[in-house]
Design a protein around this ligand. Structure first.
Ligand SMILES: [Zn+2]
Length: 67
C-alpha cells in the first residue's frame, strides 16, 4: 500500500472533529487524525499536499519521493 493510499484511508476514517486541522492555506487543512506522526497532509489524488509545520514557522511543503 502506497503512502497515498494510507492517507486516503486515514482521511476516510477521520472526522473533521477528530482531525489535526493544521492550516496550510485557506484551501488546505490537515485531515490526518489529531496527534499523528510525521507530516501534515490534505487533498486527494493530484491535489494531495504534504507539509511540515514547526512552531513559529510558516508551513513548509514536503515533496514525497516517487518510487
Ligand atoms: Zn496534521
Amino acid at each position: 500500500m502506497s503512502s497515498d493510499d494510507r492517507l486516503d484511508l486515514e482521511f476516510a476514517y477521520t472526522t473533521y472533529q477528530d482531525s489535526c486541522r493544521d492550516i496550510y492555506s485557506p484551501h488546505y487543512y490537515c485531515r490526518r487524525p489529531v496527534g499523528h506522526d510525521d507530516v501534515h497532509a490534505a487533498g486527494f489524488g493530484p491535489d494531495r499536499l504534504r507539509w511540515d509545520h514547526q512552531r513559529d514557522h510558516l508551513p513548509h511543503k514536503v515533496v514525497e519521493q516517487q518510487s
